[in-house]
Design a protein around this ligand. Structure first.
Ligand code: TRP
Length: 477
């Protein structure tokens, strides 16, 4: 992405429309699709979760993304500035986004590190003993040292990319590797579906059993939609601020949403049939992709299996990088634009905080380190962002657009002064102004209530308190 120079110079814009779509898709498609989606679907009962997730993507995700693009392009500013320039009282919504970015970066690089580690593990013979693959993951992530080194390497890659402003380079890598990853996912899916007993996996994924749905499943689906589409923290506002006035926002939103969602669904199709065939539990948790994919390629055997497994984790690592760079960029551009820091200082300062958070997050998986209400750091950061910050952030963006911005201005922005036809404008506007804020409020309140049964309610309430405190002190931000 181009570097932010806020108000002084005319803003750099994306070279081509496809360039923008690919960059926004690069932010959206990441660990959320390939690591988080399958295991969350597995833990949340499968089909019903997937159905609710898809409904949220279409009705809430699409609308919120369009809103974020419109707000970003209209103001030409990144997350915090976009709100601040319109109305200082709304600054806190941008700041909540910055906090979300920090917290997500408090665990994302841990998982990014696992992905890098698996490249090395596969290159050095992981596939030779297929029976040991499942167990080795647990041993690896609970090791106190190894995952930290890989996390550090992953974070350093982010730092270098964001300091040098060479995200252009990484986007180029993404343009090749992401389609490749997509193809590999298709190959994995086909291989998986050829295994005996695999059809049960498809049934699990697409045959909804709504009796399994409770408030926490619904909140999980909402959180997954926001996380996967990079919404609710100003990331897409920042991206939108670089978008040319003549680009079609509606079409762009549709393309990014469709790409992101198809990767997630494909990842599910790649994972579950094989899992059922291998007799693994769908509730395997965060280790799912690291157990299933190597095992599948191990059974495939030979050089081809090895090569595809390597490419899979290289592709996953690059997909993760293009996402985490966008997260880091939100925090960094806040420090540059609002706090007057130099780019290098801003990147290093954010990275130090992220590294500290990641260290506690990583250690918590081995049962080491502080807990809060019996929940470890990794889960705390995940819960706070995925279940609370992003959804509330998305709700606030909608309230901002619906109630603070002017309807006609929004219409002009989205239709490029009438050049682009958007027959569903009224539907979108009413969704954003009334339905989505209301729906998110209900899902969040019910989800927090339900969270208490799972021992997670306290952390979610803490998230709400953090948001309230941020709002109270917004004048100082
Ligand atoms: N969407 C990315 C993924 O699926 C993660 C991500 C990048 C993100 N930027 C974000 C999540 C902004 C929430 C908000 O891996």
């Amino acid at each position: 992405m181009a570097t932010s120079n806020a108000n002084t110079k005319p803003r750099d814009t994306w070279g081509s429309k496809l360039g923008f779509v690919m960059a926004a898709a690069g932010s959206a498609v990441g660990l959320g699709n390939i690591w988080k989606f399958p295991y969350t679907a597995g833990e949340s009962g499968g089909g019903a979760f997937v159905a609710i997730y898809l409904i949220f993507v279409i009705f809430i995700g699409f609308s919120v993304m369009l809103t974020e693009f419109a707000v970003g392009r209209k103001t030409g500013l990144s997350a915090v500035g976009a709100f601040k320039s319109t109305d200082r009282r709304w600054t806190f919504v941008g700041v909540i986004g910055v906090i979300s970015g920090l917290l997500i970066m408090g665990f994302y690089p841990v998982v990014g590190g696992w992905s890098l580690a698996y490249i090395q593990k596969i290159a050095t013979g992981l596939l030779d003993t297929p029976e040991a693959i499942g167990g080795s993951f647990g041993a690896f992530i609970s090791d106190p040292v190894q995952p930290l080194l890989w996390m550090a390497l992953y974070l350093v890659l982010n730092i270098v990319i964001v300091i040098k402003g060479i995200s252009g380079g990484i986007e180029k890598a993404g343009k090749i590797l992401m389609p490749l990853l997509f193809i590999i996912l298709i190959i994995v899916s086909i291989r998986g579906l050829m295994l005996p007993g695999s059809i049960e996996g498809l049934k699990f994924l697409f045959n909804p059993d709504f009796s399994k749905v409770d408030s926490s499943v619904i909140l999980a689906a909402l959180g997954q939609a926001f996380f996967s589409l990079s919404l609710g923290m100003g990331c897409m506002i920042t991206y939108g601020s670089y978008l040319k006035k003549k680009e079609n926002l509606v079409q762009t939103t549709a393309m990014v949403t469709a790409m992101d969602t198809s990767v997630a669904i494909l990842a599910g199709v790649a994972m579950f049939p094989a899992m059922f065939a291998f007799g693994m539990e769908p509730t395997a948790g965060p280790g799912l992709v690291f157990g299933v994919v190597p095992q599948l390629f191990a059974e495939m055997g030979g050089m081809v299996g090895l090569l595809l497994a390597l490419l899979f984790f290289v592709g996953l690592s690059v997909a993760a990088l293009t996402s985490s760079v966008s997260l880091l960029e939100v925090v960094v551009s806040y420090l540059i634009d609002e706090k007057g820091m130099k780019r290098t200082t801003a990147v290093l300062l954010s990275a130090v905080v992220m590294a500290l958070l990641c260290i506690i997050a990583s250690l918590s998986l081995g049962g080491v380190g502080p807990t809060l209400f019996d929940v470890g750091a990794f889960d705390i950061f995940d819960l706070l962002t995925d279940k609370i910050f992003l959804a509330v952030g998305g709700m606030l963006v909608c309230i901002f657009a619906g109630w603070r911005l002017n309807r006609e201005d929004l219409k002009k922005e989205i239709t490029n002064d009438g050049d682009v036809s958007f027959p569903l404008f009224n539907l979108w506007y009413n969704l954003v102004k009334y339905v989505i804020p209301f729906a998110i409020a209900i899902v969040a309140i019910a989800g927090v209530k339900g969270g208490f049964d799972a021992g997670k309610g306290e952390i979610m309430v803490l998230g709400l308190v953090m948001i309230a405190v941020t709002a109270l002190f917004s004048k100082k931000l």
